[in-house]
Design a protein. Structure first.
Lengths: 129, 129
DNA sequence: TTGCCTGCAAACCCTTTGCATAGTC
DNA sequence: GACTATGCAAAGGGTTTGCAGGCAA
């Protein structure tokens, strides 16, 4: 995919992609830690640039969990919605199917195409209530 | 309300509250601009501290629109959900009623109490599709 | 060899903290 | 007069940019 676009396949790019896939959900900093564990010296700047690139290629996506905390994950992984508790900060995953009715309604009524997997819903979890 | 809690009523606090109510949705920086327009010299630190305080008092709330951009708004205003277009960054408002079925379902099935007004949904708006 | 990628350092934005002073009660 | 709230300055976290050198093609 990279070469098709005239881009280059570098060790760093492979490492970042691998790390995201392995970690499941991870912030840029967590990806950095994981990459550095194998090959020290990789700069966090490269992590940011690579994450952005991989997202353009639709290999990964990101979601805003809270306070602007970005988490990236493998794009083809089972999609899910994130339920974020504002009290204990815990994150619960939810099958995207739960949002299908809403998505359909938004598309029909408002012409808005909901990016289901990009959604984070805030509230209060069972334990905190 | 402030005095009940042993807190003080200051011009700055009145100005911030007024600005939030008047602006509808505003980032801390926008609130700051609005306040400074009337009374220059009010520091942005005070804006942050006051916004936090007013939120504790349930006079205002905030929502994460994108990239960690906080926007505050008057708490008793008609509640609404935000539809954020990831392409053009536009924000559309949606009646919270649209999310009631989902909220009910989350409560029943997962014990998660959805904070409806705090939700921002990401996707692509009509124009960008 | 070409020119994209990287590492490094510094800048950047937004937000928070420490401290002395001002101002409310 | 007591003690909270403010302004100022500086630090902080996370992210982005500029630039010279390194490396894939």
């Amino acid at each position: 995919m990279l070469r098709e676009r005239g881009l280059r396949l570098t060790p760093q790019r492979q490492l970042v992609l691998e790390a995201v896939r392995r970690l499941g959900h991870a912030t840029p900093e967590q990806v950095h830690e994981a990459v550095v564990a194998n090959s020290p010296g990789v700069n966090i700047t490269t992590i940011y640039r690579t994450l952005e690139l991989l997202e353009e290629l639709d290999l990964i996506t990101h979601v805003h969990l809270s306070h602007g905390a970005l988490t990236y994950h493998w794009a083809s992984e089972d999609q899910h919605v994130h339920l974020v508790c504002r009290k204990c900060e815990s994150v619960q995953e939810l099958d995207v199917a739960e949002l299908r009715p809403l998505a359909a309604r938004l598309q029909e009524q408002y012409g808005f195409r909901l990016d289901i997997a990009h959604v984070a819903l805030f509230g209060e979890c069972k334990e905190c209530q």
